[in-house]
Design a protein around this ligand. Structure first.
Ligand SMILES: NC(=O)c1ccc[n+]([C@@H]2O[C@H](COP(=O)([O-])OP(=O)(O)OC[C@H]3O[C@@H](n4cnc5c(N)ncnc54)[C@H](OP(=O)(O)O)[C@@H]3O)[C@@H](O)[C@H]2O)c1
Length: 326
């Protein structure tokens, strides 16, 4: 970090989400895109150029010139780059899913803790202004004991060439989309104790649709995710004294309606700026400046609880990636 506390970011991977992250830095004061590395020099160069950033030829060279690393490759390679970043003493913000299974995620958490470096999965919804307002509102004016989360998202027009259809990179609806719903469920209901899944497997072997009923420490969640139906939607959080609807698209939350049993209705309206990734980035930067190694909002335990759900659901559906040897 420079004397002025500016955080020099390095991006690994140069695809769709990497570009959105880079654009979002303009909304996070005290940050700069310092460098990009990806496996193809031309895509790293194309991402770096408009931001005046340097395209690195080698990942280790990038590590030497940045204060924080954002991993935006496909999920099969997240652990490899995270471990190399921690070994070089660099903190990591890692795209979701942080890893394809709990075993791989645990190696990342262990390495982060051993190196005492900040590590957070880039799960964006909890950092949006709407979600923060909702938490504060329910803390002050609760809807009783929350016992149900119902949420889903299915996208019908995913091109056949999209990485989500690839077994080789750890694709599938559960890891691409279901991980968001898993977050919402564990955030309000706690750890999953039992997962029951039905779904469909597509031609490439990935799960193309999954419907989950999950028993948690504090209630039940009903979740779905898909790559073959159109089912964009809202999310419902139900308590003994009322309900919250986070309106579509709930994973980019901007509006919620709270209905209380006593007839009161509260509307929360909090548009987001900058594409949305900027809020998690700003949170990460604050933690980094404060010397933290874990986020209290998106903790390591929360990431482990989320991946436990997708692991269990993939087991139910019989989806095992070729590189998963155990
Ligand atoms: N938070 C969100 O809203 C959000 C949205 C979409 C995706 N994501 C997550 O972001 C990650 C990337 O998704 P994407 O849609 O951006 O994919 P993408 O457009 O295909 O881009 C992936 C990039 O990473 C590079 N790459 C892939 N594997 C690599 C490896 N082993 N080593 C080095 N570079 C590698 C690719 O290189 P090539 O150009 O050579 O292929 C490409 O530049 C996924 O984990 C996905 O789940 C998050």
């Amino acid at each position: 970090m420079g004397n002025d506390n500016t955080i020099r970011w390095g991006i690994v991977g140069a695809g769709r989400i990497a570009r959105r992250f880079a654009d979002g830095l303009a909304h996070v004061p005290g940050t700069v895109l310092a460098g990009v590395w990806s496996r193809r020099a031309e895509s790293a160069g194309a991402l770096a150029a408009p931001f005046g950033a340097r395209a690195f030829e080698h990942f280790d060279a990038l590590l030497g010139e940045v204060d924080a690393v954002y991993i935006a490759t496909h999920q099969d390679s997240h652990p490899e780059y995270a471990l190399r970043a921690f070994a070089a003493g660099k903190p990591v913000l890692c795209e979701k899913p942080a890893a394809v299974n709990a075993r791989a995620l645990q190696t990342m958490i262990d390495a982060a803790r051993a190196s005492k470096r900040l590590f957070m999965e880039a799960m964006k919804p909890p950092f949006y202004p709407l979600y923060t307002q909702l938490r504060a509102h329910l803390a002050a004016d609760p809807i009783g004991d929350i016992g149900l989360v119902r949420a889903g998202c299915s996208i019908a027009n995913v091109p056949a060439t999209h990485p989500s259809f690839s077994m080789d990179i750890g694709g599938g609806a559960l890891l691409d989309i279901g991980i968001y719903e898993a977050f919402l469920a564990v955030d309000w209901l706690g750890e999953a104790l039992d997962v029951q899944t039905i779904g469909r497997i597509g031609a490439t072997g990935v799960d193309t649709f999954a419907s989950l009923n999950v028993r948690h420490e504090r209630g039940i969640s009903q979740l779905f995710c898909g790559l073959d139906l159109q089912g964009r939607g809202d999310a419902l959080i139900a308590g003994t004294g009322g309900t919250v609807t986070i309106h579509e698209n709930w994973w980019n939350p901007a509006r919620a309606t709270i209905m209380y049993l006593d007839g009161r209705k509260v509307e929360l309206d909090a548009p987001f700026e900058g594409g949305g990734l900027n809020y998690e980035t700003a949170h990460f930067c604050e933690l980094l400046r404060a010397g933290a190694i874990e986020s209290p909002v998106m903790s390591h335990a929360t990431s482990m609880r989320m991946i436990a759900i997708t692991d269990a659901a993939r087991r139910d559906l019989g989806v095992r990636f070729p590189f998963e040897t155990e």
